[in-house]
Design a protein around this ligand. Structure first.
Ligand code: S3P
Length: 425
């Protein structure tokens, strides 16, 4: 589907509630399926990725019933059954890597498959630690499809070479089924939703700085209320900051500090983003944001903040095109292993719109403020985040742009355009 995007002259105004967090939705349905009892999940995401996790848990014998548009009821005795089919993770790296950890500790064999993009993404990062724990995994060249022959696992102390919540969560989930203690230490702290939810459901888990330890535990079902996704809010934050005359409110946004790098960046660029109200819901911090159009200046982004904004970098690149000076983003080489090579894809497509953006091995150098010309067609490389970032760039282009294959947004955010239209008057 080709989506045409036009310049917004009057600014964005109004209030919206961004949909459920994708990372927490995956975890709710996977951990809920492993927990004994009935788990009520409120505000589950409609994105295709979390639905891949849901369907896989159903294929493993977990009873999951949709009780309203966004609520699920899971009934489980805590045990999984051998699947009759290959488990299809679709486009979702989170599903494949988290399920890899769960399945390694079962007493049956299973196979995880994915779409073309997922089948080209690296799985060695989970195969190596799981194999050290005693798992038997077969793949071609460390890529999906991966077959997992269930075995008794033993705990390990693993120093992860990368700050990745998917790798960390995979090992912690295998650790739930392993004899002894399992620990993961990462170079910088990545999103900690697994730690918070596993603890909330009763796992024997401790955190000490960058190190997380878990012991074999039984999870007990509890109600899980999922907050809004700051990664989805990011497109509105950037749009509110760069479209002149904007003043918008984003309700119920997850503000877990391991995810709020974009707020720190917006602040360092002089962006007017205010946290209005903050509370804790199901172990996660949540609040409302007010975003106003701002005169922005460039910034430098590197090191420990990278995992705290990893999925927002294409949107931040758009922000940087509208900031005075040169913004440098470094230490983000893992962006090349996402749904697309997000460094090459973002630089190539923003350049088509007229941005001054240089691709670095591990990030970008972006000069601004640029009057984006637009007037052309852009590609999304099977990548939902690129599609939404280009849409936001289109709002400040001089001439209409056409985004090809825009339907990829449904991977995380099917409601994206209808919510946007609510802010246009
Ligand atoms: C995710 C972790 C991140 C992120 C992805 C979701 C998660 O990936 O990019 O969109 O839910 O754990 P990495 O762990 O590979 O950095």
């Amino acid at each position: 589907m080709i989506k045409k995007v036009f310049k917004i002259e009057k600014g964005l105004r109004g209030e919206i509630t961004v949909p459920a967090d994708k990372s927490i939705s995956h975890r709710s349905v996977i951990f809920g399926g492993l927990a004994k009892g009935k788990t009520l999940i409120k505000n589950f995401s409609n994105g295709q990725d979390p639905i891949s996790s849901l369907k896989i848990m159903q294929s493993l014998g977990v009873e999951i019933e949709r009780i309203s548009e966004n609520s699920l009821q899971i009934t489980s005795d805590g045990n999984l059954k051998p699947p009759k089919i290959a488990l299809d993770c679709g486009n979702s790296g989170t599903t494949m890597r988290l399920m890899g950890g769960v399945l390694a500790g079962q007493n049956f064999t299973s196979t995880l498959i994915g779409d073309e993009s997922l089948s080209s993404r690296p799985m060695k990062r989970i195969i190596t630690p799981l194999t050290l724990m005693g798992a038997e995994i077969h793949s071609t060249d460390n890529h999906a499809p991966i077959s997992i022959v269930g075995h008794n696992l033993v705990g390990i102390d693993y120093a992860s070479p990368i700050a990745s919540a998917q790798v960390k969560s995979c090992i912690l989930l295998a650790g739930l089924f392993a004899d002894g203690k399992t620990s993961v230490t990462e170079p910088y702290i990545s999103r900690n939703h697994s730690e918070l939810m596993l603890k909330y459901l009763g796992a024997n888990l401790t955190v000490d700085g960058n190190k997380v330890c878990i012991e074999k535990s039984e999870l007990i079902a509890k109600e899980i209320n999922i907050c809004g996704d700051i990664s989805s809010a990011a497109y509105f934050i950037v749009a509110g900051l760069i479209v002149p005359n904007s003043d918008i409110i984003l309700k119920n946004v997850g503000l877990n500090p391991t995810r709020t790098g974009i707020l720190d960046v917006a602040k360092s660029m002089g962006g007017n983003v205010e946290v209005l109200d903050q509370k804790e819901v199901s172990g996660e911090l949540v609040g409302d944001l007010r975003v106003k159009y701002s005169e922005l200046k460039s910034t430098e982004i590197s090191g420990e903040i990278i995992p705290r904004l990893i999925d927002e970098i294409p949107a931040i690149a758009v922000l940087a095109t509208q900031a005075e000076g040169t913004t440098v983003i470094k230490d983000a080489q893992d962006l090349r292993n996402k749904e697309s090579d997000r460094i090459t894809a973002t630089a190539t497509e923003l350049r088509k719109l007229g941005a001054e953006i240089e691709e670095l091995e591990d990030g970008f150098r972006i000069s601004g403020k640029t009057k984006l010309k637009g007037g052309c067609e852009v590609e999304v490389y099977h990548d939902h985040r690129l599609a939404m970032s280009l849409y936001v760039a289109g709002l400040v282009c001089q001439k209409e742009i056409a985004i090809k294959d825009f339907e990829w947004v449904a991977i995380s955010f099917p409601e994206f355009e209808s919510l946007f239209n609510r802010l246009v008057f």
